[in-house]
Design a protein around this ligand. Structure first.
Ligand SMILES: Nc1ncnc2c1ncn2[C@@H]1O[C@H](COP(=O)(O)OP(=O)(O)OP(=O)(O)O)[C@@H](O)[C@H]1O
Ligand SMILES: [Mg+2]
Length: 279
């Protein structure tokens, strides 16, 4: 069962250690948002893009998605509008979301990818009119948070994907610290590749100790790994149990946004004295 659409203008970054399942989880979440009627833009920032495969495109179609112009700064004098970029560079996918490919390295020695990250940053900074959910599948590591200004500085929520390993939890902890410095309001953890209830407990305990909320744990699915080896990631039927976990993650994000909207509304209507120290 999918929940009703409440996210409007939500910007989500999916981050985490290399190979934990960021792209797989991004595809499943983007598809779930589309499934409940949201207009979704999914941005692949991997220099070796493959989110298209998780959204049901063939390899040839994934590779044919045009890369965003590198130094296009959305919303600045002379820069394109977000809507124009989506129209010109976005491609529909069988899963529903419109796919943007932000960075692709196709030539050895062609230089750094910083200007591609700057384009994504400006896209998130600009109000994406009529887009309910913008989801960014990040490349592995922490550089996108340390890079000048931070690619995801304008994200509302970071979802940090964790395998049941100490190292992936450590990445989540470092991510949360950097996100706080950048002023990103919320960091939530999503577990992936859990093979047992012990794996799920490990994640809940290790992340809980660090004050990071775990909002869902997806199971290890041998079929996913098998299809990957066979070169057909594609769109497959999601089991009811897995969809329930995905709906739970969407619900947790909705709750955060509802709480923030209520808080902001209260601040707007509160008398000035409410802001005074001791009031
Ligand atoms: N729940 C799962 N069960 C089994 N295999 C999975 C699961 N999630 C992801 N995988 C497999 O793990 C591998 C890495 O997945 P994926 O590409 O989504 O990770 P990533 O974090 O995006 O990697 P990268 O850091 O390279 O971008 C793939 O082979 C994928 O098929
Ligand atoms: Mg990936």
């Amino acid at each position: 069962m999918t929940t009703a659409a409440v996210s409007v203008g939500l910007k989500l970054g999916v981050v985490g250690k290399g190979g934990v399942g960021k792209t797989t989880v991004s595809g499943l979440l983007a598809r779930s948002y589309s499934g409940r009627g949201s207009r979704v833009v999914a941005i692949d920032t991997d220099s070796n893009p493959n989110l298209g495969l998780s959204l049901g495109l063939s390899l040839a179609d994934t590779e044919a998605v045009p890369v965003l112009p590198r130094a296009a700064l959305v919303g600045t004098g002379g820069g394109p509008s977000a809507e124009a970029l989506i129209t010109d560079f976005g491609r529909p996918t069988p899963a529903g979301p419109t796919l943007l490919s932000a960075i692709r390295v196709s030539e050895a020695g062609a230089g750094c990818t910083c200007s591609g990250h700057a384009t994504v940053r400006s896209l998130l900074a600009d109000a994406l009119a009529d887009v309910d959910v913008t989801l960014v599948d990040m490349e592995a590591g922490l550089e996108h948070l340390s890079r000048s200004g931070g690619t995801l500085a304008y994200a509302d929520v970071l979802l940090v994907v964790c395998e049941p390993t100490r190292k992936s939890v450590l990445t989540a902890v470092r991510t949360a610290a950097l996100a706080e410095e950048l002023g990103i309001p919320h960091v939530l953890a999503v577990g992936n590749k859990a093979r047992s209830s012990e794996d799920a407990e490990f994640l809940a305990d290790a992340l809980g100790t660090e004050g990071i909320e775990l909002v869902g744990v997806l199971p290890y699915d041998a079929g996913v790994a098998e299809r990957d080896r066979a070169g057909s990631v594609g769109l497959t039927q999601v089991s009811g149990d897995v969809q329930a976990v995905l709906d739970g993650i969407l619900g947790a994000v909705d709750n955060l946004l509802d709480a923030r909207a209520t808080h902001n509304a209260a601040l707007r209507t509160a008398p000035d004295s409410a802001h005074l120290p001791g009031a």
